[in-house]
Design a binder for this molecule. Structure first.
Ligand SMILES: Cc1[nH+]cc(COP(=O)(O)O)c(CN[C@@H](CCC(=O)O)C(=O)O)c1O
Length: 405
């Protein structure tokens, strides 16, 4: 047999394939509503003004070197990142129970968290993780890669194009005690449907009662409401309530640092002594995989998080991005409802929050949007609202109207 004969041909990743197809498309009407990456009103990637400021500061820093970072990353980055998501006065931080490790963006945090659980969590039988149905395209592969079997929990209700809250709670109650549930902290991907604060409180109380573990994935802090603290509410509430948890954090979207791969994993342990042991094992795992993380993006975020003026400027930039997306939600819903009188109810376009909208289009309709209208979107009906702008929103609305009629 030839070397690698046993290697099967894997299918291309759905989201990255969409981006490649969009780039290859020569039709001047093409619109990219695929990858969850922010674009300004001229459909250009947006380098946040605050990131430009921080970059200049770095470039003028005579002492800047290219030495290794510690295995757990740049300390002024991880400390700032922990405060950002857990809250500046979090008991997890003040009691020394929060373990923070800089990772290769949000994906790296998901991976390291999953790898750690696969090795050290007290599993009831075969390792498994409950993932929302639907969830981010990459979640299943991340957990399978470390030997944790993904299992779906009900999350989205196609009838209401909203949250299947009863199904979700039912799954929490039916699962064996101390099961691991992945929770989207805010701006659920792909549905844009988040639990209300009241619903989060019920979810937390059932998880406490059952001893479940909350594996939070937070890739869009600031993108849902435009307010960094509001979007961290669920995570902070769960820490306060004493739910066992970890949080995966990404700065790809809210800082526009997609390709710099800036993220962190925060594990909140029950005691400081446990935290020290968890940190030591996370370091062993990180060392064998990447040894230590890249410095550039972490330095930018550390400057922004630890300098009052830059932090305020960043909050303004986050509000700009969230604000433009919310404007596009309103405009798309207005066109469909008031101008085109498109069949169906389109209120979910404005009720959903964050980067994405789950349109309710089925696979065939989504396919038609790509093939006929050159509007690139995922097969599950998800559109990235950041791909909309004043120039193309009319064309997208007309195309949506055509496929649903
Ligand atoms: C829920 C979630 N978690 C983690 C990540 C990882 O992000 P990063 O920090 O870059 O590793 C993403 C990005 N998902 C959007 C971007 C492309 C991708 O799939 O990755 C998306 O769904 O379009 C998420 O949507």
């Amino acid at each position: 047999a030839e070397l690698w004969d046993g290697v099967p041909l894997a299918p291309p990743d759905s989201i990255f394939k969409l981006t490649a197809s969009y780039k290859a498309d020569t039709n001047e009407k093409k619109v990219n509503l695929g990858v969850g990456a922010y674009r300004d009103d001229n459909n250009r990637p947006w380098v946040l003004p605050v990131v430009k400021k921080a970059t200049k500061i770095l470039l003028n820093d005579e002492n800047l070197d290219h030495e290794y970072l510690p295995i757990t990353g740049l300390p002024e980055f991880t400390a700032g990142a922990a405060k950002l998501i857990l809250g500046p006065n979090s008991r997890g931080i003040t009691e020394g129970r929060a373990v923070s490790v800089q990772t290769i963006s949000g994906t790296g945090a998901n991976h390291l968290g999953a790898l750690f659980l696969s090795r050290f969590y007290g599993w009831n039988g075969a390792p498994k993780v409950y993932l929302s149905n639907p969830t981010w395209a990459n979640h299943h592969a991340i957990f399978k890669n470390v030997g944790i079997e993904p299992v779906d929990y009900p999350y989205y209700d196609p009838k209401t194009i909203g949250l299947d809250f009863n199904g979700f709670i039912g799954a929490l109650q039916a699962a064996t005690p101390r099961s691991v549930f992945l929770l989207h902290a805010c701006a659920h991907n792909p549905t844009g449907v988040d639990p209300t604060e009241e619903q989060w409180k019920t979810i937390a109380s059932v998880m406490l009662e059952k001893g479940h573990y909350a594996f939070f994935d937070c890739a869009y802090q600031g993108f849902a409401s435009g307010d960094l603290d509001r979007d961290a509410w669920a995570v902070r509430y769960f820490v306060e309530q004493g739910v066992a948890l970890l949080v995966c954090q990404s700065f790809a979207k809210n800082a526009g640092l997609y390709g710099e791969r800036v993220g962190a994993l925060h594990v909140v342990a029950p005691t400081k002594e446990a935290a020290d042991r968890v940190r030591s094992q996370l370091s062993v795992l990180q060392r064998s995989e990447i040894s230590n993380p890249p410095s550039h993006g972490a330095r930018l975020i550390a400057l922004i998080l630890n300098n009052g003026e830059l932090f305020e400027a960043w909050k303004a930039d986050v509000r700009t991005m969230a604000g433009r997306i919310i404007e596009m939600r309103k405009e798309l819903r207005r066109l469909l409802t008031d101008e085109l009188h498109t069949p169906g109810n389109w209120n979910h376009i404005v009720e959903q929050i964050g980067m994405f909208s789950f349109t309710g289009l089925n696979a065939a309709q989504s396919k038609t949007m790509v093939e006929k209208a050159h509007i690139y979107m995922t097969g599950n009906g998800r559109i990235s609202m950041a791909g909309l702008n004043r120039q193309n929103v009319g064309y997208v609305a007309a195309s949506l109207d055509a496929v649903v009629r």
